[in-house]
Design a binder for this molecule. Structure first.
Ligand code: TRP
Length: 369
């Protein structure tokens, strides 16, 4: 077994943060230690890398290139779920080598909890070519539920064989997975960012497609939803306006990082998605994290959720003052899934390498008339 990472290393820093968040959401010590161990094992050799050295690779998983990002998913009437997204075997060797090792690490994780990778196995050749291109090849996420066995998700890059091949790659993957009508139900988008698969024993495993919408107008956001019985345009707009700090009655153009949507599919026979998520890259549209937290504290109670765990989570991640940086909360997301109450998710950065200084004002979306 590899030695445990110690000191100011990628593994030490992110494992300590994970343990602090586990405690906050009430996971017991034994299972938390097991989850932290699983994370550091899957990250691979990078865990031993000193944080005094530059990042091993400029991974776009997080802004400061930490290969780990946390998230808290809040539902009304239940404690939040803690999740961790990471790049398995980050930056080890060439992109081809690191993606092969990443896949091996993902299989090791799956075996650890007897999680089936069947769906990934069906399509992996499309997304892990011999010379993968683009900003990433394979990411994984663990949802750290109580009980000692997490849920596993895999994230793939539709543009792994080049951006011009993204549509054909996705169509082929969806075809193999039996979702013949999924692609044509997507809204017009600038880019297909990720294909994500729920692996193993989820109650209703989802296949998710993420779309990027550059230069979106706030007033047009309602049209991104494609699910039946999804959020009304008014609800989606209200979420976006509050998350972006845009005053009611004013339209705005998101001309920095794009707003993302995620369309989830559960029933292969259905011709529409069964879920819709709106991801707002709040870090590009706020002055600092205090301001972002203030917006989250307005949104959470609207969905019947107490905001205190989020506030405590930020404190568990870093001792820095919230007004001294921006990006600790990377995204705020509104999640609708058929059969479930709407939830909100906050994506939380590790900031292992760097804190982004507060943005210059004005920070909101560009005003439009
Ligand atoms: N860091 C990338 C981005 O900001 C990818 C990413 C990480 C992401 N976590 C995410 C995208 C959560 C959407 C939601 O786009």
């Amino acid at each position: 077994m590899p030695p445990r990472p110690v000191g100011r290393t990628v593994g030490g820093h992110t494992a300590r943060q994970l343990l602090a968040l586990c405690e906050l959401v009430g996971l017991d010590t034994g299972e938390s230690a097991e989850y932290a161990r699983a994370l550091t094992d899957a990250l691979g050799p990078v865990v031993h890398r000193s944080l005094d050295l530059p990042p091993a690779v400029p991974t776009f998983l997080s802004d400061d290139h930490t290969p780990v990002e946390f998230s808290l998913s809040f539902s009304p009437g239940a404690g939040p779920f803690l999740r961790v997204l990471f790049e398995p075997s980050s930056g080890f060797g060439t992109p081809a080598e690191s993606s092969r090792l990443g896949l091996r690490a993902l299989h090791t994780l799956a075996r650890r909890w007897s999680i089936s990778t069947e769906k990934l196995d069906l399509i992996q050749d499309l997304f892990l070519p011999d010379d993968p291109r683009g900003a990433f090849t394979l990411w994984a996420a663990l949802e750290l539920i109580p009980g000692g066995a997490p849920r596993l998700k895999a994230y793939l890059n539709p543009a792994a064989s080049g951006p011009d091949r993204a549509e054909a790659t996705l169509r082929e993957a969806l075809h193999r997975l039996g979702h013949h009508r999924a692609y044509d139900s997507l809204p017009p988008a600038d880019r297909l960012l990720f294909l994500a698969l729920d692996l193993g024993g989820w109650e209703t495993p989802r296949l998710k497609l993420y779309t990027a919408h550059h230069r979106l107008r706030a007033s047009a956001v309602g049209a991104l939803n494609r699910m039946t019985d999804g959020p009304s345009p008014a609800e989606t707009e209200a979420f976006l306006y509050t998350a972006a700090g845009l005053p009611a009655g004013h339209d705005g153009l998101f001309d920095r990082r794009p707003v993302l949507a995620c369309h989830s599919f559960t029933d292969p026979e259905a011709d529409r998605p069964s879920g819709f998520t709106l991801h707002v890259p709040v870090r590009d549209y706020a002055h600092d994290d205090r301001e972002v937290l203030g917006r989250a504290e307005k949104l959470l109670p609207r969905y019947g959720i107490a905001p205190d765990v989020l506030r405590d989570a930020l404190g568990a991640l870093t001792p820095r003052r919230l007004e001294d940086g921006v990006g600790l909360i990377a995204y705020l997301a509104m999640v609708h899934q058929q059969g479930h109450a709407p939830r909100l998710t906050a994506y939380l950065s590790s900031e292992a390498y760097r804190v982004r200084p507060p943005n210059e004002r004005p920070t909101g979306p560009r005003p439009v008339l």
